[in-house]
Write a protein that binds this ligand. Structure first.
Ligand code: SAM
Length: 314
């Protein structure tokens, strides 16, 4: 039987008159609009013994705005390993710790995962005060199907690794959500378009802020727009629609090979590869490799000798 933690820990901030019970509280903060601070977040930040935050300057500004005077302790990727034992020791003494990130929900492309897993492992109470989050807000506004989605967060910055990461999620039948900096937006869109093809997408910018904007369109159109316009101001989330049903059918190995067999029966290797690459949105080189394997398997020869050169890469 998995161990059960008591929820909410005694006095978990729902009653203004009592201090929250000991434990770790994951407290969401606004992603731009300070009006999105929740009452419960304020109560917890006020009632905590310590606010564990990424950057004391960023969180300090927010706390000043709401007159919260609780001491802060920085917790980020460079000091996390040293800080965790100290934080666990404070929990063992019965302290109330509030974990916040610079903005939005802690742990979501922000520090905290290892701390939470250690706190659970050590048997201390952990609970969350949810609130603003850029990924879900972008999904809501994207106009794309929200019933099934995959949050992929930030992709690697190196081209080969980034494209490989996109290929990994290409066959998933779900709306995809990516975080990216405005500076790198055009490169991300170019690669998404290169790997996923003409899917519907949206770029959500400056969510909850004065200049909030959601630009919706196909991946090629959005890629062309931001390549020409240059980096936009502020923060962005990219949301990409799921593969169309016909495309999805071609995205698993079986579907792709079935389509290739059919196309090879009716034409040359080159034509078959071009057709299936277009339909599936898969890179032509990958489809070509599969086609060669199929031709090799059935004829144990070199096929019809057609080649797909670099200039034909999508
Ligand atoms: N923990 C945060 C959350 O819950 O959304 C995310 C933090 S992550 C380090 C920062 C990224 O979130 C940005 O690069 C951007 O992709 C996205 N983001 C955060 N605030 C945003 C906003 N107001 N508008 C658009 N994107 C935002």
């Amino acid at each position: 039987m998995p161990e059960q933690t008591k929820y909410p820990p005694e006095g978990s901030g729902s009653d203004r008159s009592c201090k929250p019970g000991a434990g770790l509280y994951l407290v969401a903060t606004p992603i731009g609009n300070t009006g999105d601070m929740t009452f419960r977040a304020l109560e917890l930040l006020q009632g905590a013994d310590l606010i564990v935050c990424e950057d004391t300057r960023v969180t300090g500004k927010l706390l000043n705005r709401f007159n919260v005077r609780t001491p802060m302790l920085p917790y980020h990727e460079h000091n996390a390993a040293q800080m965790r034992p100290r934080l666990l020791a404070r929990l063992a003494e019965g302290a109330v710790l509030a974990l916040v990130s610079d903005a939005g929900m802690p742990l979501i492309s922000d520090p905290g995962y290892k701390l939470v897993s250690d706190v659970i492992e050590a048997g201390f109470a952990v609970t969350a005060a949810p609130g603003a989050n850029a990924a879900l807000t972008a999904l809501q506004l994207s106009g794309l199907p929200p019933d099934r989605f995959l949050f992929r967060g930030f992709l690697p910055t190196k081209t080969v690794a980034r494209r490989a990461a996109i290929e990994e999620v290409a066959s998933i039948s779900a709306t995809l959500i990516f975080y990216e900096s405005a500076q790198r937006l055009a490169v991300l869109l170019e690669d998404l378009n290169g790997v996923l093809g003409a899917r519907p997408a949206a770029v959500a910018r400056e969510l909850t802020k004065l200049f909030e904007e959601v630009r919706r369109g196909s991946l090629p159109d959005l890629a062309a727009h931001y390549a020409a316009a240059g980096p936009p101001k502020g923060e962005v989330v990219v949301v990409v629609g799921p593969p169309a049903a016909a495309e999805a059918a071609l995205l698993d190995t079986e579907g792709l090979e079935g389509a290739l067999r059919q196309a090879l029966a009716g034409g040359s290797l080159k034509t078959a590869v071009a057709e299936v690459a277009r339909l599936s949105g898969r890179p032509r080189r990958e489809v070509y490799a599969r086609a060669l394997a199929l031709v090799g398997a059935t004829a144990s020869g070199d096929g019809d000798g057609d080649e797909v050169g670099d200039d034909e890469e999508r």
